[in-house]
Ligand binder design. Sequence first.
Ligand SMILES: [Zn+2]
Ligand SMILES: [Zn+2]
Length: 432
Amino acid sequence: MGAKWLGSVLQSKTILKPRMETKPSFKRRLRTACWALTVALVAGSLNAAVAQTTNESNGHVSPWAPTELGQLPPVQPLTGGVWLKGDLHVHSRHSHESTNNPISKIINFSKSVGIDFVAITDHDVHVKGDVAHHTWADPEFKSDTVLLLYGAEWTTTRGHGNVFSAVPYDHQRLFDVRDQRDVVIGSIKKQLGIHLSANHPSGKDHFGYSYDIVNSIEVWNSSVWPKNANAIMIWDDMLSSGRKLTGRGGSDAHHGEPDSPDKASAHTFERKANYVGTPTTWVYATARTKQAVVDALTNGRVCVSSNPFAPRVEFYADVNQDGKPDMMMGDNVKSTGKPVKFKVQLTGKTQADSTYTVNVVKNGDPFNSYKVTGKNPVIEFTDTPALINRTYYRVTVEGPGTPFPQVPQSTQLSGRMVGLSNPIYFNFDPNF
Ligand SMILES: [Zn+2]
Ligand SMILES: [Zn+2]
């Protein structure tokens, strides 16, 4: 990071890379014994789905072709939880290249801007995997108000990933297998019971592992929004291929404010451009606990805003058309084949008399854009998700930047990107 930030801002003219190619048809595990029986049981609209998945030249039907899913887990209540905001990628003095950033400074800053949770993710390779006796053992690693997740940046030859856990875990084991086959890594990850997340997946230190071993992907790294276009493209590819993968943010901040001018480093200038909260990840948690934060991240009830004071993007759907939302981002239901009403709302401090643009993405492609003004901007739209195939919708919101005086240059670097939601899912197989 550093001077190249501004360069990438100037180079990039598009916020969301347009997708030119058409998506391949979806594949799904055939779980019922007899495809023909399924076809016989469901009404005529299914014939279209069958035609799509049968190869007309040889009559071959893929055993992985889409079929009707069984009962999906019920959607969790939309009320009774709490919105919490945090930063999921911060480096302290336990990362060698970090400067002026002891843990106490990170926590005090977080408190001062209303941040609820922080993952201090120091490079594990700098301590040969022993984060338990460095970051976590630091006497400053404690807070009464900020929820401090246990984690580290898994820093490997094939890329970087962050671990998030509500409780201490044996990070050394994950460090030890970093060069092994993905199937081995996936097994260790499962045994450790951790949430693993792909970091800055495109460019330097791109994530060179299978996305089957991660629960989330860093789709917004640092205040420099335009450099994330490829991360968004990868996210859409993974979602379109059936992976229910949460998108999250992370500042990747390394450098704090020096206590005195003589302590300044060659990277101190970054402090005013990128620090804790640029961007801010919001989770809708069932309670104000570390475990609830990690669970919300895994479930995808998550959105990302340019900073802690920028409005939050909330995305809901009314599936049974009773005028009330039944699901929100991260939730997955079976499609009924009937139209669904979607609602996007910006919650928090919006800029007075400003127009926001809500861009809806459906299955990786632009679906529609809506302009909205007002103190509490809301847009609604209706669409019919496919009866059998998977469908997902997600939104990005552009508009005026929200000032963040504590990190004054970040607003310019984020440009008009206000925030993004996670998808609302239809027909995603939980056993994928
Ligand atoms: Zn990294
Ligand atoms: Zn990092």
